[in-house]
Design a protein around this ligand. Structure first.
Ligand code: SF4
Length: 227
């Protein structure tokens, strides 16, 4: 299939496509559609190197050479950085690491929104510069805010955003990771269902909301990357 130009992309009926993806429930087919539609160097996968390494596995098998963006906030767990390293060595991807700003200002204590903006949102914008589409591991089961996540849509920048795992549960991810021997962040097995930066992540108590360990001292629930 011939890749489409940006003007052709504007005319795509993404709602119809989303309905087709919903009927198929096949993440690999969704990625296949994207890489058949848009030049590979105009697409990037975003991974936090948590449970979304499954997405890297799916994308790398469909599109060897695909670029993967990892935002180094400077405050990651050592396990998250080790996972990024393992993923880079395991898959035929080009890993783009957005470098960390200097740490030590402890801004996460008083202004977590500003901290996330500078350490996550701005580097993401820079990583998306020049792209026509990106692929994320956002799932509906992540949180109520994400409950209506489509498989494909146009984001606030006008880019096509593909969410191939939108309908997957934690069990779906674990099953896939087990079958395909995907490198997973070891913290997932240590009681951290949602993993962010060290200062803003705690292990939820038994029975608590899985995302309650994120920014638990604040009302904040999202870093801003997927709003
Ligand atoms: S999660 Fe916390 S430490 Fe990480 S960028 Fe956001 S506020 Fe800063």
């Amino acid at each position: 299939m011939t890749a489409l130009t940006p003007n052709h992309l504007d005319a795509l009926d993404l709602a119809e496509l989303d309905a087709r993806f919903a009927a198929q429930q096949d993440p690999s087919a969704m990625v296949r559609w994207l890489v058949d539609t848009i030049p590979l160097d105009r697409i990037i996968v975003a991974s936090a190197m948590t449970s979304d390494t499954v997405l890297v596995d799916v994308a790398a098998k469909v599109a060897p050479g695909i670029e993967v963006l990892f935002l180094d906030t400077g405050y990651h767990f050592a396990e998250t950085l080790q996972t990024a390293n393992a993923v880079e060595h395991r898959y035929p991807i080009t890993l783009r690491v957005a470098p960390a700003l200097p740490i030590g200002d402890e801004r996460y204590l008083t202004d977590p929104d500003g901290c996330c903006h500078d350490r996550k949102v701005v580097p993401l914008e820079q990583g998306l510069a020049g792209r026509l589409a990106w692929i994320s591991g956002v799932r509906r089961s992540d949180s109520p805010v994400r409950a209506d996540t489509p498989f494909v849509h146009r984001d606030r920048r006008g880019l096509i955003k593909l969410n191939p795992l939108a309908a997957w549960t934690d069990d779906d991810l674990a099953t896939y990771a087990n079958i395909h021997e995907v490198p997973m962040n070891p913290l997932l097995d240590q009681g951290y269902p949602s993993i962010g930066c060290v200062p803003c992540t705690r292990r939820p108590a038994e029975g608590d909301d899985p995302r309650s360990g994120r920014w638990s001292a604040h009302a904040k629930t999202e870093c801003g990357l997927h709003l």
